[in-house]
Design a protein around this ligand. Sequence first.
Ligand code: ADP
Length: 270
Amino acid sequence: MTNNKGMEIKMPEDDASKNLVGSLNSINRVIAVMSGKGGVGKSTVTALVASTLAKSGFKVGILDADITGPSQPRAFGLKHVNLTGTDFGITPALTRSGIKMISTNFMLKEEDDPVIWRGPLLAGAVKQFWEEVDWQELDYLVVDLPPGTGDVPLTVLQTLPVSGLVIVSSPQDLAYMIVKKAVKMANQIKTPILGLIENMNELICPECNGRLKIFGESQGESLAAKMGIELLGSMPWDVNLNKLVDQGKVEDYYSAEIAAIVEKIVAKTE
Ligand code: ADP
């Protein structure tokens, strides 16, 4: 595997050392984050879930498998990372709060490279991320899946031992069909669904801090009930969150909503 400078990541050559790759890994739970389409906040939710778990004292990693928009490095201010390796595997990047991160972005020479990343190639890379990264001990590995419910996220889901799936939706795509597809897919491959997160259901007014229901009454609760899954919570559109993501400081964000959502995720994966 090469890093984003096109340089081969140094990995052990002799057979004895090869056996060491991944040998220190002990990953307790894998949480995958999925959405029906792009732009609903899947990557932002992944980043917030991971950083809230880290703030609660858990050892956390992020596996960014979103090739069409690998936004984890940017959200955490980790844009210029050259991965290196040891006898124990590829050393993941480290965020300010100690989250270990690996991203398809760290592997690309050019920004337009993802065009050639079809499902099987991505699945191969994700398998390597799982087996050949020196994660060591993690309580949670949070996976940012490719958007949608097609072959590509499905292949990634099947590549990893996922303990629970979180589905992110926004009022615009909170259509029955899209969420239903995600639920069906998870059921087909027997992946437990932790629940639904409804993102951007309201807008926090930057002037008065009031909550504006720009999309009308929230439908998350009734939709989740119809699907037989839990609504983990709803998150408002918060201009401060958007700013922090842009500045690479997503770890500085706190909201009661995300804290409550993560508390539920922890309770469901104990
Ligand atoms: P996806 O991963 O589903 O494509 P992203 O997480 O990249 O979507 O979000 C798209 C944009 O919306 C990003 O600029 C992100 O910062 C912003 N965003 C997402 N959710 C929120 C929110 N609740 N409040 C403010 N900005 C948000």
